[in-house]
Design a protein around this ligand. Structure first.
Ligand SMILES: C[S@@+](CC[C@H](N)C(=O)[O-])C[C@H]1O[C@@H](n2cnc3c(N)ncnc32)[C@H](O)[C@@H]1O
Length: 224
């Protein structure tokens, strides 16, 4: 049976009605535009697939890019106010819920994508659910931040987050995120756990690609 994961509590503290309206700007500027570049990679990975489920669709940034590339998209997210924000951007069918228990029938989707979800969930439940709702040959794409390797890069990364913490004084609705996101990323083992879960549930062609000096990663795998 699914337990309450501590990532839910963190996600509920991080993503609120107060910061939903400013999320898109923060995602763009706080990543120096890398957010769009990473999402373009996700869009490329599913460019030959028809029906896409986006987990943790949030305010709909990726949903919009997928729709513009000709895909048919269904979204799911935990946070009601983020889903509301997505409605102002793009007309896709969205549901509120957790990615660990999907309200969809077996074999419904050609691909499942997510951006910044993996570190907040029990990824084994998510992968199990993806296996169920994907059709054979369907692919799953997980993207999230990672803690970079190497002393120099880590120093730079920590310096960046110290600046972000200062920004929190001027953006109170983001203070909790800016204060705690770095330790959350540093302590997350989402890449390893996701790879393990994908192998456990017999996904094939599992590939891991690190991006932007190891500050993010994309994992792609195929349902046999
Ligand atoms: C940083 S935002 C990313 C939103 C969107 N994916 C993007 O890239 O712009 C993280 C999102 O994950 C959602 N989330 C966190 N835990 C979740 C879960 N267990 N199931 C579904 N969504 C979740 C949050 O509600 C939030 O919208």
């Amino acid at each position: 049976m699914m337990q309450h994961h501590e990532g839910h509590t963190t996600a509920q503290k991080f993503f609120t009605s107060e910061n939903a309206a400013s999320y898109d700007s923060v995602a763009r500027y706080a990543t120096f535009g890398q957010d769009s570049a990473w999402k373009r990679k996700i869009v490329e990975a599913v460019c030959d697939r028809g029906s896409i489920l986006e987990l943790a669709c949030g305010t709909g940034i990726l949903s919009k890019m997928l729709v513009q590339s000709g895909r048919s998209v269904v979204g799911l997210d935990l946070t009601f106010d983020y889903l509301l924000a997505s409605r102002n951007k793009i007309d896709v069918r969205v549901s509120q819920g957790t990615a660990e228990a999907l309200p969809y029938r077996e074999g419904q989707f050609d691909a499942i994508v997510s951006s910044y979800l993996a570190k907040y969930v029990d990824v084994e439940f998510v992968v199990k659910e993806c296996l169920r709702v994907l059709r054979p040959g369907g692919i799953v794409v997980f993207h999230d931040f990672t803690y970079p390797e190497g002393g120099g890069m880590r120093k730079l990364w920590k310096f960046y987050f110290s600046i972000l913490r200062l920004c929190g004084f001027f953006a109170p609705s983001w203070k909790t995120v800016f204060n705690h996101l770095d330790s959350y990323i540093e302590n997350s083992r989402w890449v390893l756990k996701t790879e393990q879960a994908l192998h456990q549930y017999r996904f094939s062609n599992v590939s891991v690609q690190y991006l932007t000096a190891g500050t993010a990663a994309i994992i792609i795998a195929e349902k046999p």
